[in-house]
Write a protein that binds this ligand. Structure first.
Ligand code: GLN
Length: 453
């Protein structure tokens, strides 16, 4: 049914870069046979899933939305893909994204943009717009995204889907094409909070192949989502972050946020105001730390090891000239912009002023969170300042594009988990409500998020 749906609507939505119909059907048939034989199967066995194209998949192309990886078929599976396969989940294909996950609209994909199923003239968010659009358009019931600065949560908000960025280290990064290694986390994109909990439990937990993987077991996420569905939040302290309370956001976004705060109070939660004074500098710090790490991570795309290789036109072939020609042709403008920014921020003489200062701000933001979580069990804010904007509207203005991330970035800088839950509509378009919890307390997201559904 999902493959039929993809065939019917993906021409208009363009959520997928690759559809793996044969592979998905083979898995589905295998699961059917095992179920018929009475085998004890994982909770999501037989439920199809779409995977963002920044996650490596054996035997399926993986481009990270870039020309430089065109034609590359990875020889191995990411740990999370291995776990999806082990759970008997058919992989429908790979979803579109901003090149190397840089962006908030999926317009930086080298393979054309994705359309928001709610209004095809609008963006589906980014960088994981393909995963969110696939779920919103009923092409896939579940999808995997990655979130370095909001790329699961912001697409969730503007497509009316649930998106979760787990605690840093809670889900393996082995086999993700790295953007900024200290910020990246993979997580679920789904239509309900309970679905996210099921998918999060399927992919999460310790992985010895990821050096930053947490050794502890995941908290009981499905149980927390079930508890939240009773609608009882007595004893839960909810902190509204004053610096992200919706001021300056689109009117409808702010109104929906206020209404959800009322719902939380009605459910018995205690709503308090907290202040995180350094969040004001989060965006600036992020847009130094991210390009710095990205410039280093992307150095491996040299025209020799993976995908595209372009030889200089004059035929004078040296390693350095092949590298320059390949990177010149293979990277898009946004990627080049960030490589230049990052290389500059890391260079001798500027390192302390830019990268060093940004790392200090990061510590201050972590302290803000620690203090706020003394007064509240979860923190809340609107996920994004606006509903889905029109395709092309912010494409020529990188700064306007970066401002989408103001509410999502602090969680990545501090490594804490965050969720965006659908929060009604403003002018006919979806709005998102963000819940943040302390590191390792992802269960709190599911309890509060499920109560809001
Ligand atoms: N909009 C953010 C950026 O462009 C999101 C990145 C991400 O989460 N992958 O950096």
């Amino acid at each position: 049914a999902h493959l039929d749906r993809i065939a019917a609507v993906d021409g208009a939505v363009h959520a997928f870069l690759h559809v793996s119909a044969d592979d998905a059907l083979a898995t589905a048939r295998d699961v059917d046979a095992r179920r018929a034989a009475g085998e004890d199967l994982a909770p999501l066995a037989g439920v199809p899933v779409a995977v963002k194209d920044v996650v490596v998949t054996r035997g399926m192309p993986t481009t990270a939305g870039s020309r430089i990886l065109e034609g590359w078929v990875p020889p191995y599976d990411a740990t999370i893909v291995e776990r999806l396969r082990a759970a008997g989940m058919p992989i429908l294909g790979k979803t579109n994204m901003d090149e190397f996950a840089m962006g908030s609209s999926t317009e930086h994909s080298a393979y054309g943009n994705t359309h928001n199923p709610w209004d095809l003239d609008r963006i589906p968010g980014g960088s994981g717009g393909g995963s969110a659009a696939a779920v919103a358009a009923y092409e896939a019931p579940l999808a995997i995204g990655t979130d370095t600065g909001g790329s699961i949560r912001q697409p969730g908000a503007v497509t009316g889907t649930v998106g979760v960025k787990p605690t840093y280290g809670g889900v393996s990064r082995y086999g993700l094409v790295a953007l900024a290694s200290s910020l990246d986390q993979a997580g679920p994109v789904t239509r309900t909070v309970l679905d996210s909990a099921l998918l999060h439990e399927a992919i999460g937990g310790h992985d010895p192949r990821d050096a930053t993987s947490l050794p502890d077991a995941l908290p009981a996420l499905v149980e927390a989502a079930r508890a939240g569905r009773t609608g009882d939040l007595r004893g839960v302290r909810v902190g509204v972050v004053r610096e992200l309370d919706g001021e300056g956001y689109q009117d409808g976004v702010r109104a929906r946020f206020e209404e959800s705060l009322d719902l939380l109070r009605e459910a018995g939660a205690e709503v308090v105001e907290v202040s995180c004074p350094h969040f004001e500098y989060a965006l600036a710090a992020y847009y130094l730390i991210l390009p710095s790490e990205a410039s280093s991570n992307l150095a491996k795309f040299d025209g020799m090891r993976f995908g595209l290789r372009v030889e200089p036109r004059d035929g004078v072939v040296t390693a350095e000239r092949v590298m320059a020609a390949t990177r010149g042709a293979g990277f898009g403008d946004e990627v080049k912009r960030r490589i230049i920014l990052g290389t500059y921020a890391l260079s001798a003489g500027y390192y302390d002023a830019y990268y060093g200062s940004a790392q200090k701000v990061r510590t201050l933001i972590q302290r803000d969170f620690a203090q706020a979580f003394e007064r509240a069990d979860v923190l809340v804010s609107p996920t994004a300042p606006t509903t889905a904007f029109r395709l092309g509207e912010k494409l020529d203005d990188p700064l306007a594009m970066y401002l989408n991330d103001v509410a999502t970035i602090p969680a990545n800088l501090a490594g804490v988990p965050g969720m965006s839950v659908p929060n009604g509509l403003a002018d006919g378009l979806p709005v998102g409500f963000q819940v943040l919890a302390p590191a390792r307390a992802d269960d709190r997201l599911y309890r509060v998020g499920a109560a809001l559904e």
